[in-house]
Design a protein around this ligand. Structure first.
Ligand SMILES: [Zn+2]
Length: 236
């Protein structure tokens, strides 16, 4: 019994040491702003400090390779592709999880349980969580839970891309195709980074062409940008 009590007390002390010792860092921005590259840079820097690291991404995103995080410039890093973050603990295993210092999360907008996971990992388990994801969708609405973790984050970095039209700083992602699917995963074939001016100008052009196309439903079918799409859609 004494041994059990001692073990329990050691566990409690270990838990107390972990509580509140974690950190959350958020990297956000439009597509092509280098979020994954920045995440990989930070992860590699943690590895060079001797910390134990795991990378996670949504199993929805299989654009480049299944079990790796790959940046737009093709640089890869092994990672776990999982359907939701709360399953990570079970998939990874208790022992392996306990030994982890740092968890990197890519394409975080796809995880519905991002807030819950970050709270547990950083507050209770003492992990450093580095999160990369889109803050807004192609209609500039919040995308998933990335903005929700700002109040619990240690640091927030908003990256910019280069406007594909004028080369100035780009803050937004414009959808180029007429697909109205709820989640449309794609790269440069579907999306482009734009500055405010070219986002607004393109929206006006798109709205005008939608009006024109709507007047002829038969013609409207094949190509209408989703500017006025169902508000529940969360283009990517
Ligand atoms: Zn521009």
């Amino acid at each position: 019994m004494a041994t059990l009590n001692n073990d329990t007390s050691r566990d409690v002390t270990a838990d107390q040491k972990l509580r509140g010792s974690g950190a959350i860092h958020v990297i956000m921005g439009p597509m092509f702003s280098g979020k994954s590259t920045s995440l990989l840079r930070r992860i590699k820097s943690e590895i060079s400090l001797g910390r134990s690291v795991a990378m996670v991404k949504s199993s929805k995103d299989t654009r480049y390779a299944k079990d790796s995080v790959v940046t737009h410039d093709g640089i890869g890093f092994p990672c776990w592709a999982i359907p939701d973050l709360m399953s990570f603990h079970d998939i990874f295993g208790q022992d392996a999880y306990d030994k982890l210092d740092v968890i990197g999360i890519d394409e975080a907008q796809f995880f519905g349980d991002l807030y819950e996971f970050c709270c547990k990992a950083a507050d209770d388990d003492g992990k450093t969580v580095i999160v990369a994801g889109l803050d807004g969708d192609y209609l500039r609405r919040r995308f998933g839970g990335v903005l929700d973790i700002v109040p619990i984050a240690d640091s927030v970095t908003k990256l910019t891309a280069r406007c594909e039209v004028c080369g100035q700083k780009a803050f937004f992602t414009l959808r180029k195709t007429c697909d109205t699917k709820t989640e449309l995963i794609g790269g440069a074939d579907v999306y482009m980074p734009v500055c405010r001016k070219h986002y607004v100008n393109n929206r006006i052009v798109i709205k005008a062409s939608k009006k024109e196309w709507d007047s002829d439903k038969e013609r409207a079918k094949p190509c209408v940008e989703a500017v006025d799409a169902d508000p529940s859609s969360i283009g990517y």
